[in-house]
Design a protein around this ligand. Structure first.
Ligand SMILES: *[C@@H]1O[C@H](CO)[C@@H](O)[C@H](O)[C@H]1NC(C)=O
Ligand SMILES: *[C@@H]1O[C@H](CO)[C@@H](O)[C@H](O)[C@H]1NC(C)=O
Ligand SMILES: *[C@@H]1O[C@H](CO)[C@@H](O)[C@H](O)[C@H]1NC(C)=O
Ligand SMILES: *[C@@H]1O[C@H](CO)[C@@H](O)[C@H](O)[C@H]1NC(C)=O
Length: 369
């Protein structure tokens, strides 16, 4: 009997491990879908073959009530999004992302600082997810500003997951997924207020994190051009490879780490059109408005219109182009493949794009296939 049990136990272990490796082959291929009008793409036109998870971006939290804000217009969009994805491919999971880069981080800090406000927020998120037919929830709080706020974030994750499990049990429905968009590194080592994500709370209470491996450089430093999502940087730790390895070093299981891939570029205005490498002197932002940002679609258009020279940079695994004084750092199919290969060597959970509507005819989205 005892030895049979051992054999059965060993068998179960083998099954667990083999299903785990299958799981890692069936990687997460996610993308955020911006609901804002300036880059609006009808959800029915998303080619779901390239994705396993799609995020509605974003829904806001009311800074006074700590409940999610769902205006009549928002509720139409939320329903359209989940209905469209379900219609196109019922296997693709939908998550609703809360916050975003432009959201009120002070409000998140206040909400997370006390149990009653966390509870109000958590209940509201579950209600919204269920009302509109989402499979999960995502928090994009950019960013907890100090170690106290990181501690509040840990409490939020613990209580949120608890509430999600309880709701699944009482409603007899599959548990909602819980993920978070996070800084490219678990440590804010560039900041005057060094702080780290609560990796233990993340490990035990989230399904995975989406590391935002982009925006390393941009309009805030116009002195020189840069690869804003460099996989490698010989001169600093501000790179995707550093961030991914630091997250893994913080104790996060490989399968719980999802790497961000940008479907956009940052632009600069060259000081001298004849000096056009990465790190070339610049005097301002290039095309793409005040922020100097072009979607991948716009980069391709710009390149055609201006007969730009496109360069693949092996050192950083990134792409840039220049035409006259204009310079754009971005990722094309080749550098995206380089990054996906890196993700495979690190055995991480997968990748996500910001943002699905910025691609040109699915050229980049299809590279993971
Ligand atoms: C809501 O949608 C309608 C119809 O699309 C539009 O006319 C209106 O301005 C929107 N309201 C808000 C507050 O955005
Ligand atoms: C941000 O949230 C804080 C705290 O809830 C609030 O006092 C402030 O008015 C909010 N700011 C904006 C612009 O809504
Ligand atoms: C990069 O990080 C490592 C440790 O994680 C540190 O030893 C090294 O000094 C850092 N390099 C730079 C250029 O900051
Ligand atoms: C585009 O640039 C290439 C060199 O990069 C040049 O040979 C070609 O003549 C240019 N074409 C046009 C239409 O300007």
């Amino acid at each position: 009997m005892g030895s049979w049990r051992r054999v059965a136990f060993a068998l179960i272990l083998v099954l667990c491990f083999s299903s785990k490796s299958l799981l890692s082959m069936a990687a997460i291929k996610a993308a955020y879908w911006p609901s804002s009008t300036d880059s609006y793409q009808p959800p029915l036109s998303i080619d779901t073959t390239y994705f396993t998870h799609l995020y509605y971006a974003f829904i806001e939290m009311d800074p006074l009530t700590f409940k999610l804000r769902v205006s009549p217009n928002e509720s139409v969009l939320l329903s359209e999004f989940t209905a469209a994805i379900k219609l196109r491919d019922p296997r693709v999971k939908t998550l609703v992302s809360i916050g975003g880069g432009g959201s009120n981080s002070t409000a998140f800090a206040l909400m997370a600082s006390s149990k009653p406000s966390r509870q109000i927020f958590i209940e509201s998120t579950i209600e919204v997810a269920r009302t509109f037919g989402f499979h999960g929830l995502d928090l994009d709080w950019e960013f907890p500003a100090n170690p106290d706020e990181m501690a509040s974030l840990a409490k939020l994750f613990i209580e949120w997951r608890g509430a999600i499990e309880t709701e699944a049990y009482s409603s007899r429905r599959p548990r909602l997924l819980l993920t978070a968009a996070v800084y490219f590194s678990p440590h804010f080592f560039l900041s005057d207020t060094p702080r780290s994500y609560p990796s233990k709370a993340i490990k035990y209470h989230l399904d995975w994190v989406n590391a935002m491996c982009f925006d390393y450089r941009g309009a805030w430093d116009t002195s020189e051009t840069g690869a804003h999502a460099a996989l490698y940087d010989p001169k600093s730790n501000v790179s995707t490879s550093y961030g991914i390895d630091a997250w893994l070093g913080s104790g996060l299981p490989q399968s719980m780490l999802v790497m961000g891939l940008p479907l956009y570029g940052h632009t600069w205005k060259l000081k001298d059109p004849n000096v056009h490498g990465i790190g070339a002197p610049a005097v301002g932002v290039g095309p793409g408005g005040d922020t100097g940002v072009l979607t991948y679609t716009q980069v391709v258009q710009f390149s055609c219109t201006n007969n730009a020279t496109v360069v693949y940079d092996r050192t950083t695994v990134s792409t840039y182009l220049y035409a006259g004084h204009s310079w754009v750092g971005y990722d094309d199919a080749r550098s995206t493949i380089g990054k996906i290969r890196f993700a495979i060597t690190r055995h991480i959970g997968g990748y996500f794009f910001w943002a699905v509507s910025y691609d040109q005819d699915w050229d980049i989205s299809r590279q993971g296939a």
